[in-house]
Design a protein around this ligand. Structure first.
Ligand code: ATP
Length: 465
C-alpha cells in the first residue's frame, strides 16, 4: 500500500519531525516549510543517492555549485525576464487569485465558498502574465526600486550551468558528450503554491545538463527518460505510481524539441485516474538554445549580435570532425522536495499488530532511512544494560546513523522506529550481559533474531546493503 492522500503524510511529518510549517509561531508563511531532523536526513539521503548514481557511477559527469544570485543579464538572455510567467486571473466574486492553467487544483479561499467550491462558478478576469522571479537589490542602494541594482533569486539551477559551460569544459578537458550536475535551492513566486511540499516558493532542484552533438540528442534523451524511471524505482517508488507524460507541441517551451515528464500519483484520492498524477520531474531536449543565447557570436539576419553583453562564445570545437557548433542539451530536472513527498507516500504502510492496533510502518529503502539502527535498552533502570546499549550505539555510529532511545517501553519504542522507517532495532536485555548477544528486530517483518555483539556491525551492514 501507499499513503491514501498527502494529508496523511502532513500529519506524520509534523508528528515525527520530518517537516514543520515555517514561521508557525507568527502565523506561518503560506506554503513555506522547515525540515526537522528526520526530514533533513531523508532529503540528504535522496540527494546523495541521486549524486552517487549520476556523478559517481558514470564517468561523464562534472559537478557544479553556482550562485543563487547572478548578474541580471543571465535572466535577460535566458528569456526568464520576458517569458518566465504564469497566466494570472482574479475572481470578482471571491477575490481569489489563481493560475489560469491550474484552476482545477485550487479551492475557493472563502469559507463557506462564495463560488460554490468550484472554479466554474468563478467570475474571472482576463488573464495577465505574472513573472515568477523573486526580485531583490544588490549592494547598498538608495532605493528599493533602483533598476541598476536589480537582481533575481534564481528560479532554476540550470542557467548557472550554461554560463559555466566554458569554465568546466576548459578545466576538465572534457569532450562531448558530457554532463554537469548541480543540486541547489531555487525560488519561484508561485501564484498558487500548496499541497504541502509539492509546490512551494522556495524549493530544491537536482538538475543535470548533458551536452552532446545534435544528432545524438534524441537517443540520449530517451536513455535518460528510461534511466530516471529506474532510479525512482531504485529509491523505492513503485512502478504503478509513476507515469510518463509526453508534452504536446502547444505545451513545449519555445526552445524545447521534446519534453517528457515523469509523474507521480500524488493525489490517489481523486476519482479521475489522470488527475491523480502530477509532475515529479521533467526531462527536456533543450536543443542548442541555451549555449547559443549566452554566446557573443550568433547574429540575426542583418548581422546584428543577438547577445550584445556576453564576453564569451560557448560553442564547441570537435577535433575529430574539425567542426565548430553549439552543443544540444538534454536536461533531467527533478525536485528534491517532490521526491521526498513521493518517497514518503510510497513507503507509507499500515499494519495491525496482535492486539488489533494499527501501526504505521514507513517502508523506506535502507539507503534513504533517516536512522539505520536504533539501540534500545530493555530496562532503563539497569545501569549495566544502559551502559552496554550506549556502548553498542557508539560502536555503530561510525559505520551508520545509529540512535539510542530509552524514553519508553519497548513496544512504544519499536512503534516509533517503525513510523520513521528505521530498518533495524537492536534490543539489549539481561541475557545480553551474560552471553554478549542482542536481539535484532526487522522493521518490515517484525521478526527477531539473536546476534553476537561482536558480529553486529557486519551483520547490519550486510542487511542494510
Ligand atoms: P510545474 O509545472 O509543476 O510548475 P515545472 O514544469 O515548472 O513544474 P520545472 O521547471 O521543469 O518545473 O522544474 C523541474 C522540477 O523542479 C519539477 O519537476 C519539480 O519537481 C521541481 N519544482 C518546480 N517548481 C517547484 C515548486 N514550486 N515547488 C517544488 N518543486 C518544484
Amino acid at each position: 500500500m501507499s499513503a491514501p492522500n498527502i494529508e496523511t503524510i502532513v500529519s506524520l511529518a509534523k508528528r515525527r519531525g520530518f517537516v514543520f510549517p515555517a514561521s508557525e509561531i507568527y502565523g506561518g508563511l503560506g506554503s513555506s516549510w522547515d525540515y526537522g531532523s528526520l526530514g533533513v536526513e531523508l532529503a540528504n539521503n535522496i540527494k546523495q543517492s541521486w549524486w552517487r548514481w549520476l556523478v559517481y557511477e558514470r564517468d561523464d559527469i562534472e559537478a557544479l555549485d553556482s550562485s543563487i544570485i547572478q548578474n541580471r543579464l543571465v535572466w535577460k538572455y535566458s528569456g526568464h525576464e520576458t517569458t518566465f510567467s504564469d497566466p494570472l486571473v482574479d475572481c470578482r466574486a471571491c477575490k481569489g487569485r489563481f493560475r489560469q492553467d491550474k484552476l482545477q487544483d485550487v479551492e475557493c479561499p472563502n469559507e463557506p465558498s462564495v463560488c460554490a467550491g468550484s472554479r466554474k462558478e468563478c467570475d474571472l478576469t482576463e488573464a495577465r502574465e505574472f513573472n515568477l522571479m523573486f526580485r531583490t537589490t544588490v549592494g547598498a542602494v538608495a532605493a528599493d526600486d533602483d533598476e541598476t541594482a536589480l537582481a533575481y533569486l534564481r528560479p532554476e539551477t540550470a542557467q548557472g550551468i550554461f554560463i559555466n559551460f566554458a569554465n568546466v569544459l576548459n578545466t576538465s578537458r572534457r569532450k562531448l558528450p558530457f554532463g554537469i550536475a548541480q543540486i541547489g535551492k531555487s525560488f519561484r513566486n508561485e501564484v498558487t503554491p500548496g499541497n504541502f511540499i509539492f509546490r512551494t516558493r522556495e524549493f530544491e532542484q537536482m538538475e543535470m545538463e548533458y551536452f552532446c552533438r545534435p544528432e545524438d540528442a534524441p537517443q540520449i534523451h530517451q536513455e535518460f527518460i528510461d534511466g530516471f524511471q529506474s532510479w525512482f524505482h531504485s529509491i523505492g517508488i513503485s512502478a504503478e505510481n509513476l507515469k510518463l507524460y509526453e508534452q504536446s507541441k502547444e505545451e513545449l517551451a519555445h526552445y524545447a524539441e521534446r519534453t517528457v515528464d515523469i509523474l507521480y500519483r500524488f493525489f490517489p484520492e481523486r476519482s479521475d485516474e489522470n488527475a491523480q498524477f502530477d509532475e515529479l520531474m521533467g526531462i527536456a531536449n533543450r536543443t542548442d538554445f541555451d549555449l547559443k543565447t549566452h554566446s557573443k557570436k550568433p547574429e540575426d539576419a542583418e548581422g546584428k549580435r543577438l547577445n550584445s553583453d556576453s564576453t564569451e562564445d560557448l560553442s564547441y570545437f570537435d577535433e575529430a570532425k574539425k567542426e565548430r557548433f553549439y552543443p544540444y542539451v538534454i536536461e533531467p530536472a527533478a525536485g528534491v522536495n517532490r521526491t521526498v513527498l513521493a518517497v514518503l507516500m510510497d513507503a507509507y504502510t499500515e499494519k495491525t499488530n496482535q492486539k488489533g492496533e494499527t501501526r504505521v510502518i514507513l517502508k523506506l529503502k535502507p539507503a534513504l532511512a533517516p536512522v539505520k539502527v536504533a539501540v534500545l535498552p530493555l530496562a532503563k533502570n539497569k545501569p549495566e544494560i544502559v551502559a552496554l546499549a550506549s556502548q553498542i550505539k557508539k560502536d555503530l555510529q561510525h559505520a551508520m546513523r545509529a540512535v539510542y532511545d530509552d524514553t519508553g517501553g519497548i513496544g512504544k519504542l519499536y512503534a516509533r522506529q517503525d513510523e520513521i522507517g528505521t530498518p533495524f532495532c537492536v534490543t539489549v536485555d539481561h541475557e545480553s550481559l551474560e552471553d554478549q548477544t542482542v536481539t535484532v528486530r526487522d522493521r518490515d517483518t517484525w521478526e527477531q533474531e539473536r546476534v553476537k555483539i561482536t558480529e553486529l556491525k557486519n551483520y547490519l551492514q550486510k542487511r542494510l546493503s
